[in-house]
Design a protein around this ligand. Sequence first.
Ligand code: SAM
Length: 233
Amino acid sequence: MSDADRPSRMTEAFFGRRRGKPVRPQQAAALESGLGKYRLDLVAAAPPDLRVLFEAKVSAVRLEIGFGGGEHLLHRAIEAPATGFIGVEPFVNGMAKMMMAVRAAPLANLRVYDDDATQLLDWLPPASLDGLDLLYPDPWPKKKHWKRRFVSPVNLDRFARVLKPGSKFRFASDIDTYVNWTLLHCRAHGAFAWQAADAADWHRSYEGWPGTRYEAKAIREGRQPAYLTFVRT
Ligand SMILES: C[S@@+](CC[C@H](N)C(=O)[O-])C[C@H]1O[C@@H](n2cnc3c(N)ncnc32)[C@H](O)[C@@H]1O
């Protein structure tokens, strides 16, 4: 799909496709039952302590924005059953894939939201998250589209509001201009300290990193991933 074919702006920060191939009947059934079980209802006020949102007893809550097919989210949620994970993905086919996986193996420490992450961020109480992952956000490589990038002063304000002091914001990308963009915006914002121990640091993947589907494609196409970690000061 070319940029010109993309649907016009539908929400504040979502400019991508909502749907790809038609979902198969089995996926449609998994979507319906999965969203019924895992989807967060933003009409109700958010609880002051997000841990109560989960069926499992959890001690921390993390957010992943734009989880795609959910490969990374699933891996993290299985690896850390005592952490609650909220995943956001407006692309129906990605959400369907994730819901198929949790239909086969349900997770008591998962909740999802299927629309623009800015809506969820504004719903969350202040200082309520123990971590936030933005992994391979839509790159918008053309300069005229840079303003569509999820990292922006207004969204960094949102991150700063919902992250607990000392918690981490992680950003991975294979697009050099987006990596520089994020470093510059975080530095200018003031609430995020970049954690890089040495020059090689930003090419070292995160601990226990399973990779993502988009990352595998980037590597196949010869682009090098960068992994940034910022601490909410
Ligand atoms: C390039 S893909 C990467 C997917 C996945 N993180 C990976 O690495 O395989 C970016 C994803 O972000 C999602 N996305 C774009 N804008 C978003 C928004 N405003 N809120 C939540 N997700 C968004 C897209 O639907 C898409 O699935």
